[in-house]
Write a protein that binds this ligand. Structure first.
Ligand code: FCB
Length: 487
């Protein structure tokens, strides 16, 4: 019975029902309700079935790089517990799951034939997901470059882009019969600028010129990888890339602060959006960074056409906005701090923490940032659907003696951000899905196991999983295909 019928049938019920209908935010049919993970953060089994070391294994083994010396060697032991994890997803009612494939499992040295045992793990996982009615979305690269490729130069080396395209081809061929949604790279900004400029991520190098070279080769890798996938995937396959776009806000309307915001937008957003979606680097970006890299030498004929290989949707990862002003050189603590800036050509821009609530990462909570980002992308690329490939929050979660994890802050965060997504949809933006980061508590990069982002609590010593209150809240949203209006 619809709400309107209810009103006609029972004059006492209508007010409540109509109000309830008005307060309910329904998502479109077929909306993907997902959660996301990545290989190094959850799989563990670092030395099994032929997997070789990635840059993250090496980085974790380097004293002082990761909180308390934590590593992803065991992580959430998903490599052995994947059945249980798929069952958790099924119980939650997820209809989509975003995971990443570990390059060092598939091609341990970053070149040569694929290791079938490595691929078999993903075949089993995907088959189980499909059986549970969960659409798999596979990301090819979530930061775990085979160490052998770093040893000969890593992302600043041009050939790494070609290596990635070969890996994409092998993987697409092996899994293309069962995976329909593919993402080339996760957050190339982090790979380039946290990995090679600030050095707070693997491989921990600190050379701004190399970071810019890495960024260009990641653009190229994305395009070559997308083209390779198209060659081997069915025509119905959907390709994307997941960018951590920065919602940049100037602290004041003063020209110097607006200029600071422009610089961060250039090297934070447009450095990837430009080549990938338009086949061009913006002149202001090239100018800001001309003293760090010889762009004419770096960008070879055909590179930009290759980088702009068509995609079917753009993945947006969003957590917090960035508030910036000129001068001051305040460290960018939201991106790990560190003595070296992750912003080549914009090193002197100051970062500010806006007033208001913070997550356990000390990231400010602001769902309007997500709304603004989606609008911006839509305005610039009206024909390109978007998908929210990551969004979520770290909380100081603990399990009560009764065995419950009552993460009400995370529920509020998810509610607000899903509200922002719904507003964008209502305004006409094609948003195809939302992937909560993360399914499980996991290895949070340089923070080790100190930060918990999961919908499911993981007690790492026992590997026992407990769905948090947020998992139950999310399950209800999925069941209803919608959320209540925000309070
Ligand atoms: C994103 C990463 C993801 C996770 C979240 C918190 O930048 O893609 O792996 O670490 O942040």
């Amino acid at each position: 019975m619809t709400f309107v019928q209810a009103r006609q049938a029972d004059p006492s019920a209508p007010v409540a029902d109509a109000a309830a209908a008005e307060d309910f935010r329904r998502f479109p049919e077929g909306f993907l309700w997902g959660s996301a993970t990545s290989a190094y953060q959850i799989e563990g089994a670092a030395n099994e079935d032929g997997r070789s070391a990635s840059i993250w294994d090496t980085f974790c083994g380097t004293p002082g790089k990761v909180h308390r010396g934590d590593t992803g060697a065991v992580a959430a032991d998903h490599y052995h517990r994947w059945r249980e994890d798929v069952a958790l997803m099924r119980d939650m009612g997820l209809n989509a799951y975003r995971f990443s494939i570990a390059w060092p499992r598939v091609q341990p040295t970053g070149r040569g034939p694929a290791v079938e045992r490595g691929l078999d793990f993903y075949r089993r996982l995907v088959d189980d997901l499909l059986e549970a009615g969960i659409t798999p979305l596979a990301t090819l690269y979530h930061w775990d470059l085979p160490q052998d490729l770093e040893d000969i130069g890593g992302w600043p080396r041009r050939d790494t882009a070609q290596r990635f395209a070969d890996y994409a081809l092998l993987t697409g061929r092996a899994l293309g019969d069962r995976v329909s949604h593919w993402t080339t790279l996760n957050e190339p900004w982090c790979s380039a600028f946290l990995g090679y400029a600030s050095g707070v991520h693997a491989p921990g190098r600190t050379d701004a010129g190399d970071a810019l070279r890495a960024a260009h080769h990641l653009n190229l890798a994305h395009g070559l990888g997308a083209a390779a996938l198209r060659d081997v995937l069915p025509r119905t396959a959907r390709l994307s890339v997941a960018l951590n776009l920065h919602q940049v806000r100037a602290l004041t309307g003063e020209p110097e602060d607006l200029e600071a915001a422009r610089r961060i937008d250039a090297v934070g957003n447009r450095i990837f959006l430009g080549p990938m979606l338009r086949g061009a680097y913006d002149p202001d970006l090239l100018q800001d960074t001309a003293h760090l890299v010889d762009w004419d030498d770096l960008v070879r004929p055909g590179d930009l056409e290759a980088a702009a290989a068509p995609i079917d949707e753009l993945g947006i990862n969003y957590y917090t906005p960035a508030v910036v002003s000129a001068g001051g050189g305040v460290r960018d603590d939201a991106h790990g701090g560190g003595d070296h800036s992750p912003w080549p050509g914009a090193e002197d821009v100051a970062f500010h923490q806006p007033p208001g609530e913070l997550t356990a990462m000390r990231w400010s909570i602001d769902a309007t940032g997500l709304r603004d980002l989606i609008d911006r992308v839509h305005q610039d690329h009206p024909d390109l659907p978007v998908v929210i490939t990551e969004n979520g929050m770290a909380c100081e979660d603990y399990r009560s003696p009764e065995g419950e994890v009552n993460d009400t802050d995370r529920i509020a965060y998810l509610h607000q951000h899903l509200g922002a997504v719904h507003q964008a949809i209502e305004a006409g933006v094609p948003v195809s899905g939302y992937f909560a980061w993360s399914l499980l508590d996991n290895f949070e990069w340089a923070y080790g196991y100190a930060k918990r982002f999961g919908l499911v609590y993981v007690d790492f010593p026992s590997q026992c999983r407990t769905p948090k209150a947020s998992a139950h809240w999310y399950a209800r949203a999925i069941r209803r295909n919608g959320i209540d209006r925000l309070p």
